[in-house]
Design a binder for this molecule. Structure first.
Ligand SMILES: Cc1cc2nc3c(=O)[nH]c(=O)nc-3n(C[C@H](O)[C@H](O)[C@H](O)COP(=O)(O)O)c2cc1C
Length: 163
């Protein structure tokens, strides 16, 4: 297999990105896997691994997948509740990087905001010092994503990864 898209998604945002990546990848030698449904990794030359940001990191399952992927190309994609600026993208990339196998030809991370769930709102209320107005602002902004602009950027990202 040339390309494998593997993802986790609780509320659908990362799944939406995964499906767009799958469609955008050229040819038919590709597969898409919901990592929640199987522990078996497909064989591929290039893996796109996606996750929702949780507590500024990925889940243990994604860490384990990244550790297993040696001697192949890997690109990451993720959705998050906070605004996905460049600084936050770098932060998440640095946080996840210890689990990227040293033998991996690592290509980069795509990050965009995704609709926040009530669970995410609770986290903002309990774990941050944000005022209610700020929390409402973040939730309203997140509710618009992923938007068309995010998907355009995702397509550009995929193109730049595989050229
Ligand atoms: C338990 C929990 C923890 C989260 N932690 C973060 C976080 O640290 N940073 C962030 O930007 N978003 C955080 N989020 C928001 C999710 O990353 C965001 O809603 C994401 O788009 C969900 O993706 P999914 O729809 O694929 O599950 C958290 C959400 C939950 C439920």
């Amino acid at each position: 297999m040339k390309y494998a898209v593997i993802y986790l998604s609780e509320t659908g945002n990362t799944e939406e990105l995964a499906k767009h990546i799958y469609v955008c990848l050229p040819g038919n030698d590709k597969t898409i896997t919901d990592a929640e449904k199987t522990d078996e990794l497909p064989e591929a030359e290039f893996y796109f691994v996606g996750f929702p940001v949780k507590n500024r990191l990925c889940s243990i399952k994604i860490m384990s997948i990244l550790e297993q992927l040696g001697n192949v190309k890997v690109a990451l994609f993720a959705s998050c509740g906070l605004p996905a600026n460049n600084k936050y993208m770098k932060y998440i990339e640095n946080a996840v990087s210890p689990w990227i196998n040293d033998e991996t030809d690592y290509k980069g991370l795509f990050l965009c905001q995704g609709k926040g769930s009530e669970k995410f709102r609770e986290i903002l209320e309990v774990q941050t010092g944000y005022q209610p107005e700020e929390i409402n602002r973040i939730m309203e902004m997140a509710a618009e994503h992923p938007d068309d602009d995010d998907i355009d950027k995702l397509y550009e990202f995929v193109d730049s990864m595989i050229e």
